[in-house]
Design a protein around this ligand. Structure first.
Ligand code: PHE
Length: 328
């Protein structure tokens, strides 16, 4: 009886230190219940017991054997069920890990930084200004008189009667000149907003890069040279471009630059430019007899469209990863 109890104790400590895997359990099972196991050797001792002791001892031994069998079966069950769930499709342990999808820089942002790098290489500083601005900085100070069509509700998003979402980055020309004495040389990248018909080349918001250079002697030839340099750097030496006379209230003379759209076989306007109108210089307190300058404002989406053969401006804004991934 004592030996029986010590086997039971030993078993309890063995099974308590939970076997790690089915093989360990199998091993333990044969240690206790195998043909030459501990339980079998207890049965062998029955021969030494007296006839009176034998029935009680036999009963205890059978109980022990039963207990152990139940315990072993339980443990084995735990393994076989966890084995099953590992075989489930949803947890296929043989699959390689999933690579997290990482984002990439948006093609517009990439184009913007190319533009910035080109102008920085020829001495322009980069500045930023407000997207929500007053009527004065977006219009009046730029010599856009009160009843000019550019102020029409059709083009401008008004926040209130005297505050607008800027319709161009030219408002920052004024902020820069108000805050700094000449000479100055800046480019200003940023978002602009226009309430106009949406189509393949026009959207209600887009990006511009404004340029402004003010010094004592600045010529239209320098403006032309600067923009030609930019186009050559951006598109290579063979891209067709043209200057076309134009009109802006804040530059005189004014021009627009068109680039040849290979896809559509037609010209596409990419920027407006000109010599800063003396009235604008006077508005910011610069002496227009002494200081002269040029300014330009280019559409970033259109430049990206031409460079990367993107045929619809709306693609920049609808977040379709099939489009965006092509530029990652
Ligand atoms: N602000 C003008 C536009 O949005 C572009 C421009 C900028 C023209 C600077 C001349 C000088 O169309």
């Amino acid at each position: 009886m004592e030996q029986l109890e010590s086997v039971r104790k030993q078993f309890l400590t063995d099974i308590e230190s939970f076997p790690e895997n089915p093989q360990d359990i199998e091993h333990l099972r044969s240690k206790y219940l195998g043909r030459k196991g501990l339980v079998a050797s207890l049965f062998a001792l029955m021969g030494k017991a007296t006839a009176e002791e034998r029935p009680a001892l036999g009963k205890e031994l059978n109980l022990l054997k039963q207990d152990l069998t139940v315990k072993f079966d339980e443990k084995e069950n735990i393994f076989s069920t966890s084995q099953q769930s590992a075989e489930d499709d949803s947890i296929d342990l043989s699959l390689p890990g999933k690579t997290p999808r990482i984002g990439s820089i948006h093609i517009l942002e990439q184009t913007l930084s190319e533009i910035k790098d080109i102008f920085k290489s020829i001495g322009f500083h980069v500045a930023y200004g407000p997207e929500v601005d007053d009527d004065y900085h977006n219009f009046s100070a730029l010599n856009i008189p009160e009843h000019h069509p550019a102020r029409d509700m059709q083009d401008t998003f008004f926040v209130d009667p005297t505050t607008v979402l800027r319709t161009h980055t030219s408002n920052v020309q004024i902020h820069l000149m108000e805050n700094e004495d000449p000479p100055i040389r800046y480019i200003v990248p940023g978002r602009v907003y226009r309430n106009e018909a949406i189509g393949y080349k026009s959207y209600c918001l887009f990006h511009q890069v404004e340029g402004i250079y003010i010094n004592e002697r600045v010529s239209f030839a320098e403006l032309k040279g600067c923009l030609e340099f930019f186009v050559k750097q951006m598109f290579g030496p063979n891209k067709k471009m043209r200057f076309r006379p134009s009109y802006f209230p804040f530059t005189e003379p004014s021009a627009e630059v068109d680039m040849w759209d290979d896809e559509r076989q037609q010209w596409m306007e990419i920027l407006g430019c000109g010599m800063v109108d003396p009235a604008v210089l006077e508005n910011v307190g610069y002496d227009s007899k002494k200081w002269h300058g040029y300014a330009f404002g280019m559409g970033v989406e259109r430049i990206a469209m031409l460079k990367y053969k993107i045929n619809d401006i709306r693609l920049f804004y609808n977040g379709d990863t099939r489009f965006l991934e092509q530029f990652s």
